[in-house]
Design a protein around this ligand. Structure first.
Ligand SMILES: [Zn+2]
Length: 61
């Protein structure tokens, strides 16, 4: 069996589109299992979340 190395490519996912297609309750932790890299065909993809800083999200005058 041919082993596919872990993908080293990086993409920026469109989070709003993912939420619209999967629904807001779709567990993001399961997203990686369902994804496949379009360049190398690897399913060993990992998802990095860009979490906004709390100071940006909560702004109290
Ligand atoms: Zn890849």
């Amino acid at each position: 069996m041919r082993s596919i190395p872990e993908c080293i490519n990086r993409y920026e996912l469109d989070m709003p589109t993912l939420l619209w297609t999967r629904g807001p309750n779709f567990p993001l932790s399961r997203l990686a299992e369902r994804m496949m890299c379009t360049r190398c065909g690897s399913r060993q993809v990992s998802i990095l979340f860009d979490v906004p800083r709390p100071s940006d999200a909560i702004r109290i005058a």
